[in-house]
Unconditional design. Structure first.
Length: 393
């Protein structure tokens, strides 16, 4: 399968790290460490190989992609040797990046977005393209009557004013262009009834929301432990410190609130109740693309004896997110190829706030994902038999 990934926020840190990583994998310069799809249990010929992926995208920024990659190398996010080795390929990707268009109405803007994506697919002779949102987190939008049905939405989009937030407008454009959509952010994206209707009409799969890369990843491992041992969690509070563009964006109270809500969902749904405490996100410019989270958990054991757990997570946000972006793109492309449509609940493993009524325990999500990739492999093999090999470098 010749496949494309159209990135929303294509000149940002996560997108650039994803592109550098994919190009380095294609050239055999690195190993797919951090990519779940490189795990032996996920090795499937149904997934497009890293070398089969082309990249394009939209962004409001205009700086050269190679320059952004150099900045990430200077910050210790990606190895400088890899940036130098794939410099010419980065320039080729840069030629497929477009400035985010803006029409007189949101309908016109969506048409321009869809045209850019379709032109990209045609230009490179791609079989399929998936649109992945890795742009800045949005505040939750106000409710609008047009969000409830596709007919009402189409009418409202043709009128002046904003009906959809940017993430949802890109989902609308992606579906219009015949492309599946994945939201790696906690923004609204495709999570509106009208957009679900459009995806169903177009027979397209979609997934989201909010990639699970750090503190919430640990919560999805630790919360089931407390539940299975019948220990009563009294409080669970966390402080997240991060810099970079994402951290700066989360200074906005609306965006901060949207992110914090998605981070807390796993506790309520895994434990069956909501312990006291919350998650705070603070911007610290000096730490750049790296982040630190500290959590304090108090709990009661036998006879009500009080105890506590504390943990600290320090990681590089883009280096944690980028392999998951590649994983999600490969699996979603394979799902589209296999004729899957609608919300991909099987992708819950990757998200803080996944679609559907899902088990938030990481081990359960892994088994669901593994089985799903196996189904895609069987669907894509001659005679319905599972294919051998994988979509590696």
């Amino acid at each position: 399968m010749r496949a494309g990934i159209w990135l929303i926020g294509a000149r940002g840190s996560v997108a650039t790290t994803s592109v550098v990583g994919a190009l380095a994998l294609r050239a055999g310069l690195t190993d797919p460490v951090g990519c779940a799809t490189a795990h032996p249990d996920m090795n499937s010929a149904a997934l497009p190989g890293f070398g089969d992926l082309r990249f394009g995208g939209h962004d409001v920024a205009t700086g050269p992609l190679a320059k952004k990659a150099e900045q990430l190398a200077a910050a210790g996010v990606v190895p400088a040797r890899l940036v130098q080795a794939v410099a010419s390929e980065l320039d080729e990707v840069d030629a497929d990046l477009r400035h985010a268009p803006e029409g007189a109405t949101q309908a016109e803007t969506a048409a321009l977005i869809a045209r850019d994506i379709s032109d990209f697919r045609t230009r490179h002779g791609l079989d399929r393209v998936v649109v992945v949102n890795v742009s800045s987190t949005e505040a939750a939008p106000p409710e609008h009557p047009a969000h409830g049905s596709l007919d009402a939405l189409a009418t409202a989009l043709a009128e002046p004013g904003d009906v959809l937030p940017p993430s949802s407008l890109y989902a609308y454009a992606a579906f219009t262009a015949g492309c599946p959509y994945v939201d790696f952010t906690p923004s609204t994206g495709a999570r509106l009834p009208a957009l679900a209707e459009l995806a169903e009409q177009q027979a397209l799969p979609y997934g989201g929301h909010d990639g699970k890369t750090g503190e919430t990843l640990l919560k999805s491992v630790l919360a089931p432990m407390f539940a299975m041992r019948n220990l009563a969690v009294r409080t669970w509070s966390g402080v997240n410190l991060l810099g970079g563009g994402d951290g700066a964006n989360l200074v906005d109270p609306g965006a901060n609130a949207a992110k914090s809500v998605s981070k807390q969902r796993v506790l309520h749904e895994t434990l069956g109740y909501a312990p006291e405490g919350d998650t705070r996100i603070d911007y610290v410019a000096d730490i750049g693309d790296f982040k630190t989270s500290w959590d304090l958990v108090t709990f009661a054991g036998f006879l009500g004896t009080g105890m506590c757990l504390q943990f600290t997570w320090q990681g590089c946000d883009s280096a944690l997110a980028a392999p998951l972006v590649l994983d999600l793109a490969r699996i979603t492309l394979a799902a589209h190829e296999a004729g899957r449509s609608g919300p991909l609940e099987q992708l819950a493993y990757f998200f803080k706030d996944p679609m559907g009524d899902v088990d938030h325990a990481l081990h359960a999500q892994w088994e669901t994902l593994r089985a799903f990739v196996g189904e895609l492999s069987a669907a894509g093999a001659p005679g319905g038999q599972a294919a051998e090999g994988g979509g590696g470098r």
